[in-house]
Design a protein around this ligand. Structure first.
Ligand code: ZN
Length: 189
């Protein structure tokens, strides 16, 4: 997914955002399945997962969908637009290990972020936008997003577990189906 995510980011960004994604894995045991995205101090996007999220995924389509969804929040500028939204509580993402040889700085940034974000707030609209674009990215990378979105049947919202408000699963599945139909019909690349 990484090359596909970065290619889509470069093609779709509307502002000169950094598209060199870093992937990290929080490998502490006992954490709930979770995924997040943030940027480091230089604006480099980071996508993180807990080990249990990877363990819960039954196939590559599911992981690809989660990655596409999280990356889409960055590509669509949600992280910048949400800065004034609620940040409550603290979730400490310690013990981060990089999946792709990340250095201490990346890990520290992710930890800082984890300490801050507590209650990340994305609107339902943003979630659905991220589901739509995430599905397109997964398709372009050769994965099946409708298959991948079955993840929602077991984990209501793997990417945004900490939120209070989520779109319904039905709304999200129909968003994914719409993306697949649009892609098939050539309405979106
Ligand atoms: Zn999300």
């Amino acid at each position: 997914m990484e090359p596909a995510v970065e290619r889509e980011c470069v093609q779709r960004r509307t502002q000169p955002i950094n598209c060199d994604f870093q992937f990290v894995v929080d490998d502490r045991s006992g954490l709930e399945p979770n995924a997040f995205q943030t940027v480091d101090s230089t604006g480099r996007p980071i996508i993180g997962f807990t080990l249990s999220l990877i363990g819960e995924a039954r196939n590559a389509d599911e992981l690809a969908f989660v990655i596409g969804h999280e990356a889409s929040h960055h590509i669509l500028g949600h992280i910048n637009r949400k800065t004034s939204a609620a940040t409550v509580g603290a979730v400490i993402l310690g013990g981060l290990a990089s999946a792709y040889g990340g250095d201490d700085n990346v890990i520290r940034t992710a930890q800082d972020f984890g300490a801050q974000f507590g209650a990340r707030y994305y609107s339902k609209e943003w979630e659905l936008e991220a589901d739509y674009l995430g599905a397109i990215i997964a398709l372009n990378a050769g994965f099946d997003p409708e298959h991948g979105a079955q993840f929602f049947a077991r984990i209501p919202d793997p990417g945004d577990k900490i939120l209070g408000t989520h779109p319904s699963r039905a709304a999200r599945m129909s968003q994914v189906a719409r993306a697949v139909a649009d892609h098939r019909a050539g309405r979106v690349r």
